[in-house]
Design a binder for this molecule. Structure first.
Ligand code: IPE
Ligand code: IPE
Ligand code: MG
Length: 234
């Protein structure tokens, strides 16, 4: 495995941003940017598996993205279904487990079916887990966890109590959180989980991202000292 002597993050999270600007620069419709973004995702996933990352989570559609033009939202729903149907067999062959993370509320029935099918198909895969955050919002996730705990008649008294009711409870917190396209914000991603994540920002637009860019991010990560509130180690 490459990067043998370096700390490799277990969980890499990515805010895949900049598809629209990538398309605009080329005089193309925004959806073409999203399509190119899927190719970037495939490249990044392949590289992440090769480099020893165990979980790759990607922000694909936020709870706020419903506020985009109807056509773009419909196009994104369509793209997700097409991507899953076309790629899941290949992902399965390569040991990629697919998990979706987000609220099911408001998601069209046919999209939910594809989501469930993708997860069932790849349930036994264990080389790397791709967590697709879709209709995801960090605040919504916390609210949903509180509601789910209440329905189960569980009182939340500790972090572990809440963790049990998150969308993907067994997912370790992201070690490294990457955002592309030069924006320096979280946009409601992994609010609970990112409390001690290392952040890496790049101006590269998501459709231009791939193995080389991921390596740069992992390189930066390997030089970080994570202190968790403790005193610096000499
Ligand atoms: C990120 O790219 C993809 C989604 C939000 C689905 P954008 O669509 O946000 O691209 P920009 O930020 O407008 O360039
Ligand atoms: C965050 O990007 C959501 C995804 C990448 C899916 P946005 O482009 O929606 O975020 P803002 O609006 O720039 O904060
Ligand atoms: Mg954006």
């Amino acid at each position: 495995m490459e990067q043998e002597n370096k700390k490799v993050p277990v969980h890499v999270a990515v805010i895949m941003d900049g598809n629209g600007r990538w398309a605009k620069k080329r005089g193309l419709p925004r959806l073409m940017g999203h399509r190119a973004g899927i190719e970037a995702l495939e490249r990044t996933l392949r590289a992440a598996a090769k480099l020893g990352v165990r979980y790759l989570s990607v922000y694909a559609f936020s709870t706020e993205n419903w506020n985009r033009p109807k056509l773009e939202v419909a196009g994104l729903m369509e793209l997700l279904q097409r991507f899953a149907k076309a790629k899941v067999p290949e992902l399965k062959e390569n040991g990629v487990r697919v998990r979706f993370c987000g609220s099911r509320k408001g998601v069209p029935e046919e999209v939910l079916r594809v989501i469930d099918w993708s997860e069932a198909e790849t349930a036994e895969c264990d080389r790397i887990t791709l967590v697709v955050c879709f209709n995801y919002g960090g605040r919504q996730e916390i609210l949903d966890a509180i509601a789910a705990a209440r329905d189960a008649r569980c009182e939340i008294r500790s972090e572990a109590d809440l963790q049990r009711f998150l969308y993907v409870p067994e997912l370790p917190d992201p070690d490294l959180l990457i955002r592309t396209s030069g924006e320096l914000r979280l946009s409601n991603f992994w609010l609970w989980q990112s409390s001690y994540s290392e952040f890496y920002f790049t101006d590269v637009l998501w459709p231009d991202f791939g193995e080389e860019e991921l390596k740069k991010a992992l390189e930066a990560f390997s030089g970080r000292e994570r202190r968790y509130g403790r005193v610096e180690q000499l």
